[in-house]
Design a protein around this ligand. Structure first.
Ligand SMILES: NC(=O)c1ccc[n+]([C@@H]2O[C@H](COP(=O)([O-])OP(=O)(O)OC[C@H]3O[C@@H](n4cnc5c(N)ncnc54)[C@H](O)[C@@H]3O)[C@@H](O)[C@H]2O)c1
Length: 441
């Protein structure tokens, strides 16, 4: 899934990371972006754990070590947790984590959180587990790097907002995997848009088209639930559908430019090419989001094979247009293009988090990532239901896609049977009926 982060410099591949794992080869740009005030003698060592040791968990672990090395901060990965035992073997191999600190099972994250000295938690599980695990990490008083998206429905988003506030009260630092917010080109361009470089913003467009058909890991798994977690991208309660799972990046850029969340959405889409494959998600969507000031975003997302492909955003204003990744075209005067240094944003996000920890500066991205996650969920529910969906209804929605324990205490889940949902059909899908809550396992 990391293959579609266009508009961004390529992340360090796992192979590349392993090749560099002496970590001697940190780019000059990375080093340069670290403030001189950091001093290896006075900095506490960072002891990280990774929860969810798949592709991104492994990648983020490497990005964290690279960022720490650049900062001259002593850092190691002291424990890992995955629901399955297989992925944790990668931790022994890649990060020299001792066998007795590689935990598996539903409660693995709690065991890793209890390892003495942990002060940095990387959460890279499927999104459905995010609210419960994030809340546990906050309760344990840890600084957190959390992957996006952070919820799959209204109840999950409310848990994230509350945990984010709690983290703030405790002075914990939180960075989210919406890495465009740590990309120098986006940061400078959006700053200029906010300063009026294209006048008043009148409209935006966001693309995640066409990601290509998504993976399926076969029917491996002794129980329905095991099979579903192996194939988490095909189930709404685990991934939120691809418009939430992937397109959240582009929606996040629009919310950042607008400095707001939309007040309503409408949308359409279909399960067109996934056909009879197991799972319930759709494979293409088109949304229209509207902000309180009347500005609209047209947004398109697909995990489908088509010739046209783009992962990007565009902004239109009264005095020009912009690709917020790094260019501005005013209606009069010279165009501008970002030419500064761009540190790999997958590394930069950890640099920013480490900086905040070491210098005790506030950073807490829980609200912005939850806002963008909920925006994507609102678009999805508008498309699923065929109705206009308003922000407040989405935010207050009682409908939980997952089993109750997913939200309250995922460590207590067991490998029992779990429902499958029919792929939503407009006209018959309505999560806003009073009191509708799916059965629990
Ligand atoms: N920011 C980005 O650009 C970016 C890129 C890729 C992935 N991601 C995000 O990272 C997350 C993971 O994606 P991935 O590609 O690594 O998927 P993956 O399937 O490769 O890895 C997920 C891992 O989580 C484990 N897991 C599942 N449930 C768990 C639980 N309850 N406790 C502990 N471990 C559990 C799985 O066994 C698996 O090893 C997703 O939310 C995805 O959106 C972000």
């Amino acid at each position: 899934m990391t293959n579609q982060e266009q508009n961004l410099p390529l992340p360090v591949s796992r192979r590349q990371f392993l090749k560099n794992s002496s970590l001697a080869a940190v780019s000059a740009a990375t080093v340069a972006s670290f403030p001189a005030i950091l001093n290896a003698q006075t900095k506490p060592p960072l002891n990280a754990i990774i929860i969810g040791m798949g592709g991104r968990g492994t990648g983020a672990g490497g990005n964290f070590l690279e960022a720490a090395k650049a900062a001259g901060v002593e850092a190691k990965i002291v424990a890992v947790a995955d629901i399955f035992p297989g992925p944790t073997d990668k931790a022994k191999e890649n990060f020299a984590v001792p066998t007795n600190k590689c935990f598996s099972g539903f409660d693995a994250y709690l065991k890793a959180l209890e390892v003495p000295g942990v002060n940095y938690v990387i959460i890279a599980t499927p999104p459905g587990f995010r609210p419960g695990i994030f809340t546990a990490a906050v309760a344990a008083g840890k600084n957190i790097f959390t992957e996006k998206p952070v919820a799959v429905d209204g109840p999950g988003a409310r848990i994230m907002y509350a945990a984010g506030e709690e983290a703030k009260k405790k002075g914990l630092k939180v960075v989210a995997g919406t890495q465009r917010r740590h990309h120098a080109g986006y940061i400078e361009t959006i700053k200029r848009i906010h300063e009026g470089a294209i006048g008043d913003v009148t409209g935006m467009r966001a693309y995640w088209v066409n990601g290509g058909p998504i993976w399926h890991r076969g029917t491996k798994g002794a129980t329905d639930l095991e099979q579903q977690i192996n194939n988490w991208y095909h189930y709404i309660w685990l991934c939120g559908d691809h418009c939430v799972e992937q397109h959240v990046h582009n929606i996040d850029v629009c919310n950042w430019v607008a400095n707001a969340t939309p007040v309503k959405a409408w949308g359409l889409g279909a399960r067109q090419m996934l056909g009879n494959q197991t799972g319930e998600i759709w494979d293409n969507f088109a949304f229209e989001f509207e902000y309180a000031n009347g500005v609209r975003v047209h947004s398109y997302t697909g995990q489908i094979k088509r010739d046209f492909s783009s992962v990007s955003e565009a902004v239109v204003g009264t005095k020009g247009t912009s690709n917020p990744a790094g260019s501005i075209k005013p209606t009069t005067g010279a165009a501008w293009r970002f030419t500064g240094k761009i540190t790999d944003p997958y590394v930069q996000e950890h640099i920013d988090l480490i900086n905040a920890i070491v210098q005790d500066k506030e950073i807490n991205e829980t609200k912005t990532v939850t806002d963008s996650t909920l925006t994507a969920i609102m678009g999805r529910e508008a498309a699923y239901s065929g109705s206009v969906v308003e922000w407040d209804d989405m935010l207050n929605s009682k409908f939980a896609y997952g089993p109750e324990l997913l939200y309250t205490n995922p460590s207590k889940l067991t490998w029992g049977a779990f429902r499958t949902l029919k792929s939503p059909l407009p006209g018959s899908h309505d999560i806003f009926k009073d009191g509708v809550v799916l059965p629990t396992v």
